[in-house]
Design a protein around this ligand. Structure first.
Ligand code: HEC
Ligand code: HEC
Ligand code: HEC
Ligand code: HEC
Ligand code: HEC
Ligand code: HEC
Ligand code: HEC
Ligand code: HEC
Ligand code: HEC
Ligand code: HEC
Length: 323
């Protein structure tokens, strides 16, 4: 991704402010440096502590509705039967905090407005409920570190797409920041994302993960791929080293203009690594092509015509990945 980022580190380590501009429609946001540190965050920096519940009492949703039309009707937050929803707990005040003082005065300073809060403080409101399962690793995740917050992607009061996204579709949402990656899905050979067969989040968990690249499954790229392509998991009697290393050595997971989403055409893909062997798999020049029995090695699917088991072989005599 190519976007300007600049970090200004000021003052002491603990209280310094990190200003990160993530571009593409996100306004430059300011947050405490502690919260941006690599692994999770240390004790809450002062700004977040200050965001803790303002002292006060709850007045209930009916009171708020007397002065405001904002609503969350029609969303899962309004389901009374689920005892964990705002509707079943403090209503508007589940997110905006106790509002008695504000309701009596109408003073905007006496109520929490997520629009005016720092990203990490907004996440804290949401993760007071959404802190389990697929959301457990939000703090410290790549998106968290770059000052995204829940409301960068979700809207409580005016969602445009499922599940309460700020964009009509997930791909549109991701594209607002990851255009170069989304473009790859439009190449000739691609994962069936634009056809609706998969979504970005089939492979990625935007809320954080224990794998690299926010990958949803496993702890390595291979584990992520083989969570669906189980036939490629192995173990094989004859492993092909790069396969056990990473599928993305040969495949671009979003799409390419080569067959099978290969990062390079055959036979060049193989020739990136194999420059010598019993039958020279190196690039042939004109003379060799016409005069050598090895010319056949680079036509059509080339290497893969014979080495059909590029991912590994379980045949006792499959050392050369031919069967
Ligand atoms: C007596 C009328 C009244 C009641 C009751 C009331 N508000 Fe407000 N609220 C206001 C006014 C007036 C403003 C300021 C509007 C503006 O600046 O445009 C405001 C602003 C807000 C804001 C934005 C604050 C900001 O920083 O801009 C939020 C959020 C809010 N109210 C939530 C609530 C919630 C939640 C409740 C129920 C607990 C509630 N209000 C009850 C009158 C009320
Ligand atoms: C699940 C959390 C949640 C609940 C419940 C909730 N809100 Fe909000 N509210 C937000 C968030 C987040 C924003 C900031 C809007 C944004 O970023 O899109 C917001 C914005 C607002 C604003 C506008 C502030 C502005 O500056 O435009 C008002 C007013 C408001 N809410 C009132 C209410 C009222 C009234 C209720 C109850 C009927 C309610 N909210 C319930 C999360 C919530
Ligand atoms: C009081 C607890 C509570 C708070 C606070 C809360 N939520 Fe929720 N939210 C829920 C529950 C419960 C559900 C329904 C859970 C489910 O179906 O998995 C839900 C569902 C959702 C969904 C899924 C909607 C769908 O259609 O599947 C989204 C997105 C969401 N919340 C975002 C937020 C955001 C963003 C915030 C903070 C601004 C927030 N929530 C704050 C309790 C809460
Ligand atoms: C980068 C964009 C992005 C951010 C930031 C984000 N979400 Fe999501 N969220 C999504 C997308 C896309 C989905 C649908 C795919 C999925 O379920 O992962 C989703 C799904 C959800 C769901 C419903 C499905 C589920 O896993 O229960 C909830 C609830 C939710 N998000 C809450 C949150 C909360 C709370 C935060 C902040 C801690 C947050 N999201 C931050 C993009 C985002
Ligand atoms: C089939 C699984 C899969 C799907 C579907 C998928 N990704 Fe990825 N994505 C990956 C893998 C694997 C990597 C890691 C590639 C690497 O590091 O070699 C990755 C890397 C990324 C990266 C970071 C590295 C880079 O290439 O810039 C971003 C951003 C990303 N994906 C966004 C998306 C978006 C947006 C979508 C939806 C259009 C999407 N992905 C769909 C598997 C997938
Ligand atoms: C508001 C902008 C924004 C949106 C929307 C957004 N991202 Fe990101 N994403 C970022 C930033 C910033 C990074 C950090 C990039 C970096 O450090 O190079 C990032 C990083 C990533 C990474 C790479 C993590 C890594 O280890 O390099 C993946 C994968 C990713 N996002 C997937 C998604 C998916 C999927 C969506 C849609 C559900 C999405 N993002 C929506 C801004 C966004
Ligand atoms: C969430 C499930 C899922 C994950 C994870 C996944 N794939 Fe796929 N993959 C699919 C589906 C579905 C297809 C389409 C199959 C079809 O059209 O028959 C596919 C197709 C492919 C194809 C064939 C494309 C073609 O042109 O025939 C390749 C190569 C591939 N995936 C590689 C990968 C790699 C490498 C990874 C890991 C980065 C990965 N896949 C992760 C579901 C997944
Ligand atoms: C050494 C390069 C290389 C690596 C590494 C690699 N592949 Fe492949 N893969 C290929 C080639 C070449 C083809 C096309 C074979 C053909 O056309 O017969 C292919 C085809 C595929 C296909 C589609 C055809 C089929 O056999 O189903 C899938 C799916 C696939 N690979 C998944 C994976 C997964 C998952 C991984 C990681 C475990 C991986 N590949 C690692 C080279 C590689
Ligand atoms: C990223 C580098 C890389 C790429 C790309 C690659 N290979 Fe390999 N390949 C290796 C390594 C490393 C070995 C193990 C060599 C050893 O054990 O001496 C190997 C082993 C082999 C073997 C078995 C050789 C033996 O004697 O055991 C065959 C056959 C083979 N590769 C064919 C291919 C084909 C066909 C392709 C293209 C689809 C390909 N390789 C792409 C790195 C690569
Ligand atoms: C016409 C079928 C055929 C084609 C096409 C072919 N190979 Fe082979 N390859 C073989 C056979 C047969 C062996 C020898 C197996 C043996 O001797 O055990 C072999 C062996 C190998 C070996 C292991 C050789 C060694 O030194 O032990 C590698 C590596 C290899 N091929 C790579 C490639 C690459 C890269 C390509 C594409 C440029 C390719 N092959 C194209 C049939 C083919």
């Amino acid at each position: 991704m190519n976007r300007p980022r600049f970090y200004l580190l000021a003052a002491s380590l603990t209280f310094g402010l990190a200003v990160a501009c993530v571009g593409n429609g996100i306004e430059p946001v300011v947050m405490a440096a502690g919260a941006g540190a690599q692994a999770g965050r240390p004790s809450p920096p002062p700004s977040r502590a200050a965001a803790a519940q303002p002292p006060g009492e709850y007045v209930g949703e009916a009171t708020c509705a007397a002065c405001h039309d904002q609503s969350y009707k029609g969303t899962k937050h309004a389901l009374m039967l689920n005892e964990r929803t705002p509707a079943a707990t403090h209503g508007c005040e589940s997110c905006h905090g106790p509002g008695k003082a504000h309701a009596e005065s109408g003073d905007p300073a006496l109520i929490k407005n997520p629009k005016k809060m720092k990203p990490a403080e907004v996440s804290d409101i949401c993760t007071s409920c959404h802190n389990r399962a697929s959301h457990a690793l939000w703090d410290g995740s790549q998106h968290f570190q770059r000052n995204l917050t829940c409301t960068t992607c979700h809207s409580v009061h005016a969602p445009k797409g499922e599940p309460q996204l700020v964009a009509r579709t997930e791909m549109e949402l991701c594209a607002s920041c990851h255009r170069p990656v989304v473009n790859r899905v439009y190449r000739f050979h691609h994962m069936p994302v634009r056809e609706g067969g998969l979504t970005c989040s089939s492979c990625h968990n935007p809320h954080g993960s224990s794998n690299v690249r926010l990958l949803r499954a496993g702890t390595t790229i291979d584990e992520s791929c083989t969570s669906c392509h189980t036939d490629k998991r192995g173990p094989y009697l004859w492993e092909h080293a790069p396969v056990s290393e990473s599928c993305t050595t040969c495949h671009e997971p979003h799409g390419t203009n080569n067959d099978r989403m290969l990062v390079s055409k055959l036979p060049f893909l193989c020739q990136r690594c194999h420059v010598t062997s019993r039958h020279p798999p190196t690039v042939y020049e004109g003379y060799l092509l016409q005069n050598s029995a090895n010319g056949n090695k680079i036509y059509a699917r080339a290497c893969a015509n014979c080495h059909t088991q590029v991912h590994g072989s379980n045949a006792p005599s499959g050392k050369a990945l031919l069967r």
